[in-house]
Each structure stands twice: as structure tokens, then as C-alpha cells.
Design a protein around this ligand. Structure first.
Ligand code: TXA
Ligand code: MG
Length: 338
């Protein structure tokens, strides 16, 4: 299959809308990362996403909408809590898992009786949903297991020949995927953190506590509440290890482990002080810049041929929680205290 990469304009939006209506795939930018879209109601179309990504069939997809009225048929009920969250956070990088409606394909939800829905704020996604009238399922546009792409070139690297169209809308702003929260049942559950905190609800303190649960690896035999939690994720080709400690201890550890293909993944301004080639993923303590750069930089390390990467440890609370959550998976949970 020939994969076209087109800049965003009226014509390419119309083409994207037509492809979606015909049950084809389109890769496009969102405010978080690039996604691969297909009509969420069309099981045959959605199957193509799983094939293109090599994604396990039991990992459900998020449905993207551009107005509250589009929830009709997608969910069977909008819980009160979801209405509050939507008012506060939509459009934006928040996915809510709700009771599944009759119109969503089984394939989209991987057979679950719930569905994750999000209303993205990126103008290109909104334009494509409006032009097509299609609520689309869209996972991140990477091959399964690789870092999510934050620009059209990274999508092309993974998806060339696997889908007909990539809309190039420049670099994504947020850089990590949306927050995923279940609003089904008594208490909300957080499955995946994004770059900001959830609203400050006194009675939902439990949400914050559960946040920490997802920073840990699942214990043997423990069932993943959100299927995506159980897979290896965001991994570049190199072996990544997070080094937790001061900058001096980090530098000394790397000096003792320097060698062919060893790279440092550090913070801004530290590059020149390190004994191996180094690349920064943002400003120390600034979760927003770290989230924005992380996946792009992990892919750059692949291009540079890095074999072993020692990463500085981000904070694990507040905005940085999303960064820590992704980096620790990229590192297959290898953390060394230095
Ligand atoms: O920012 C984003 O959310 C991006 C852009 C493209 O919108 N999409 C994205 O999709 O990251 P994906 O497929 O890479 O991640 C979706 C996550 C997975 O971990 C999946 O298991 C979880 O959401 N998920 C989806 N539906 C769910 C459900 N019904 N119950 C529990 N978890 C669900
Ligand atoms: Mg993904």
C-alpha cells in the first residue's frame, strides 16, 4: 500500500473524511500524540488498526468525539461524574471509560462492556470528525510496543505501507497520551496519568492514591484493570535504565559503565558534563517540557544507534507523574538507586 503524507488543508481534511467513511485508516495529529483513526462503529475498519499496529486483540481503543451529542449510541449512560469531568476537561487530554453503547463495534472495545471516550482539543481531529461525521477509534500511531509518535515523520517510520494517509499537522503539544479514568461504579479509577492532575475533589482522594498503583509493575497473577497496563510499552531498541539519585552520582555511575553504544538521557544543561554522548529530555522538575520531549527523544536514541541508555529520574508526582509512568515502562521497570 502506498502511504501518502499530506499537509493539513481543506482538501486533505476532505480526503481523510472520505477514507474514514469508506472504512479506511487515517493517521492524524491530536494534542497528545498522533493517532490512527477508523470508524468506531465499523468492526472491519477497526480490525485494520489492530493489523497495522500489530496490537493485541484484547487491548481496547479510545473513541474520539467532537461534541457531547456524539455520546449518544457510543455510551449507554453518561454518569454524573463524567458530566462534571467533561465540563472541566473536555475538549482535552482526558479519556473516560463509561458503559458501552449499542453502536460501538465489539472490536473497538475488545469485547468489554465499557468504552473509553475522549473529546480532543486539536483542531485537526475536530475538523476530521466534523467533516466525516465519524466518531473514530484511535490508538497511538506507533507499532505496538514502540514509543508513541509525536510528529508525522515518526508515524511514517512505523506506518509506511500500512495505511493510506498520514495528515501532517506538525508536532504534538502534550507529547504523552491522555489520562484514562474509569467513571463506572462507586469510585473513579485512574488507569493512565497524563500531564496534569485531575480536579481537586475532596471525596475522590482515592483517585490520587490509585495513581501510585499504576506507577508500579503488576504483581505476578494480578489482573490488569485496563488491558493496556499489562503490555511492554514505549520501548526504544536500547536497554533503558533509570538512575535515581543526585546528578553527581548519576555522572559517576555512567563514567563507571561507559562503553560502545552507551548514551545518557539527561536534563537540559547536563549534556556537556557527561562522559558519554547525551541527549536531554527537558528541564529538571518541569514535567510539561519532559512530557513534550520524552517520546521524540526515545525515538531519536534509536536513530543514533544507542544500545544502552541511562536516564535521569523524573519526579513521580504532579505533572511529572505521566513522565515517570512512561519512562519506567520504557525502562522495563529497571531503576537503580545511585
Ligand atoms: O492521547 C491518547 O489517548 C491517544 C490519542 C491518539 O488520542 N490514544 C491512545 O490510545 O493513547 P492507546 O490505544 O494507545 O491507549 C488507550 C489506552 C490503553 O491502555 C487501553 O487499554 C485503555 O486506554 N482503554 C481503552 N478502553 C478501555 C476500557 N474500556 N477499559 C479500560 N481501559 C481502556
Ligand atoms: Mg498506545
Amino acid at each position: 500500500m502506498n502511504t501518502q503524507v499530506l499537509p493539513v488543508n481543506e482538501e486533505s481534511i476532505v480526503l481523510a473524511a472520505k477514507l474514514l467513511q469508506q472504512g479506511e485508516l487515517v493517521a492524524l495529529p491530536t494534542e497528545t500524540v498522533y493517532g490512527i483513526a477508523a470508524d468506531a462503529r465499523n468492526g472491519e475498519a477497526v480490525k485494520k488498526i489492530f493489523e497495522a499496529k500489530g496490537r493485541p486483540q484484547d487491548n481496547p481503543l479510545i473513541v474520539h468525539i467532537c461534541g457531547m451529542e456524539m455520546l449518544h449510541g457510543i455510551v449507554s449512560e453518561v454518569p454524573e461524574r463524567a458530566k462534571k469531568l467533561a465540563a472541566a476537561f473536555w475538549p482535552g487530554p482526558l479519556t473516560m471509560v463509561m458503559p458501552r453503547g449499542p453502536e460501538v463495534s465489539e472490536v473497538t472495545c475488545a469485547g468489554l462492556d465499557t468504552v473509553g471516550v475522549r473529546m480532543p482539543s486539536h483542531p485537526v481531529v475536530q475538523a476530521v470528525i466534523k467533516a466525516s461525521g465519524v466518531a473514530f477509534a484511535a490508538p497511538s500511531a506507533n507499532l505496538s510496543g514502540k514509543p508513541s509518535p509525536t510528529n508525522a515523520q515518526d508515524v511514517f517510520t512505523d506506518m509506511d505501507g500500512r495505511l493510506p494517509l498520514i495528515l501532517d499537522g506538525g508536532e504534538c503539544d502534550v507529547g504523552v497520551e491522555s489520562t484514562v479514568i474509569s467513571v463506572v461504579g462507586e469510585k473513579p479509577t485512574l488507569f493512565r496519568p497524563c500531564r496534569y492532575k485531575l480536579p481537586d475533589w475532596r471525596d475522590d482522594e482515592a483517585v490520587y492514591k490509585k495513581l501510585f498503583a499504576i506507577l508500579e509493575k503488576l504483581k505476578d497473577g494480578e489482573v490488569a484493570r485496563s488491558p493496556g497496563m499489562k503490555y511492554k510499552h514505549y520501548a526504544p531498541k536500547a536497554d533503558v535504565t533509570i538512575l535515581k539519585g543526585s546528578f553527581d552520582a548519576y555522572r559517576d555511575y555512567i563514567a563507571a559503565h561507559a562503553g560502545d553504544g552507551v548514551w545518557a538521557l539527561c536534563f537540559d544543561g547536563e549534556e556537556a558534563q557527561l562522559p558519554v554522548p547525551a541527549i536531554s529530555y527537558g528541564k529538571e522538575g518541569d514535567g510539561i517540557s519532559e512530557a513534550h520531549n520524552l517520546f521524540t527523544v526515545l525515538r531519536e536514541l534509536d536513530r543514533k544507534g544507542a544500545k544502552t541508555v541511562y536516564a535521569r529520574c523524573p519526579l513521580s508526582d504532579g505533572v511529572s507523574m505521566a513522565v515517570y509512568n512512561r519512562l519506567i515502562r520504557a525502562a522495563a521497570f529497571r531503576v537503580v538507586e545511585v
